[in-house]
Design a protein. Structure first.
Length: 328
């Protein structure tokens, strides 16, 4: 039995993500939580002819507890999105507190669930989640994921456009580091199958992968950031976690994880000098089965990008840890 939960289910990401989870034959129960409109979204989705039983809760009447009890997979897209001119870090003030409160609920009501954090700034909200889980003595690093799948989805799409591949799913680009601007490091030299990017397009491509989110923020002109592509990416990651739990082998997805606590991660953490970092992760029945290290064979350009990313990540991680440590 798989019970999936979406926290922030009535939002721009939450609604299409909940739709994809409801449509999935892999989900038996779907519980939706938000501060507004979640019962409405649940009622709407419940008419879809698929196996998942859908419920929707608001904070009143122990809504968070009812949502989370028995959950296996908790996806969190709750919080405010960017407007033009904002960085993901500008969201910290509001979203840090939202993630803290929701993770406190997870720690109390479903401490063994896989936790997928979408709320930005992911570079800081995942360290906040880790600290809160530690405070409740339930932190299992193999079960806590920052969702960076959208960066990988964008990288595949943009590379495919340049090399003329019709189906971008055939192109896999490892993207490592964090999830904002120059902390996002696409390793184009390790693209599979290998591709040749014309020299005059290389820097523009890297920049587009790092700042692709800004294209959407600008185009939406004040109405938010990526929601539909994020729902696609978030669902892809959730589906991969569920498939791995059900015993499927060889599933690799990139994710922003606490490296020192996951198999294979310690060595990478030492190499990069930060504890939270996105790498391609092999998933298994208990979450992270192995963090893989693609950094051994990267080129000089990528090493420079990595240096910049690590600097930014350190600041973002410290900010998250400090915030959570200051909490009682
Ligand atoms: P939205 O504003 O459309 O939806 C957010 C939802 O969260 C709203 O329905 C709101 O009522 C709900 N919410 C607020 N406080 C809550 C609480 N305490 N408990 C439960 N629900 C609460 O925003 P959108 O566009 O769905 O984005 C959500 C988050 O996802 C933002 O932080 C955004 O920056 C982030 N994001 C992350 C991406 C990634 O790649 N990881 C990509 C795109 C967005």
């Amino acid at each position: 039995m798989v019970k999936a939960v979406v926290l922030g289910a009535a939002g721009g990401i939450g609604q299409p993500l909940s739709l994809l989870l409801k449509a999935s034959p892999l989900v038996d129960e779907l519980a939706l939580y938000d501060v507004v409109n979640s019962p409405g979204v649940a009622a709407d989705l419940s008419h879809i002819s698929s196996p998942a039983k859908v419920t929707g809760y608001l904070p009143k009447d122990d809504g968070l507890q009812n949502t989370l009890e028995g959950a296996n997979v908790v996806v969190i897209p709750a919080g405010i999105p960017r407007k033009p001119g904002m960085t993901r870090d500008d969201l910290f003030k509001i979203n840090a507190g939202i993630v803290r409160d929701l993770i406190t609920g997870v720690a109390k009501y479903c401490p063994k669930a896989f936790i997928l954090i979408i709320s930005n700034p992911v570079n800081s909200t995942v360290p906040i989640a880790a600290e809160i889980l530690k405070k409740h003595n339930v932190f299992d690093p193999s079960r806590l994921f920052g969702v960076t799948t959208l960066d990988v989805v964008r990288a595949s799409t943009f590379v495919a456009e340049i090399v003329g591949e019709k189906d971008s799913r055939n192109i896999v680009v490892p993207v490592v580091g964090g999830h904002s601007g120059d902390t996002i490091v696409p390793l184009l030299s390790l693209t599979k199958p290998s591709v040749s990017i014309p020299a005059d397009k290389h820097d523009g491509l890297v920049n587009r992968i790092q700042y692709g989110g800004d294209e959407v923020v600008k185009a939406k002109d004040g109405a938010g950031s990526a929601t539909l592509s994020m729902a696609f990416a978030g669902y892809r990651f959730a589906e991969s976690v569920i498939k791995a739990v059900r015993g499927e082998k060889g599933i690799v997805e990139p994710s922003y994880v606490y490296l020192p606590g996951v198999p294979g991660g310690d060595e990478i953490a030492k190499a990069v000098g930060v504890d939270f970092f996105a790498v391609p992760v092999e998933l298994g029945p208990n979450g992270v089965a192995k963090a893989t290290n693609p950094l051994g064979s990267i080129n000089e350009d990528e090493k420079k990008l990595l240096e910049v990313a690590i600097k930014g990540l350190k600041t973002n991680i410290d900010k998250g840890v400090e915030f959570a440590s200051a909490e009682p």
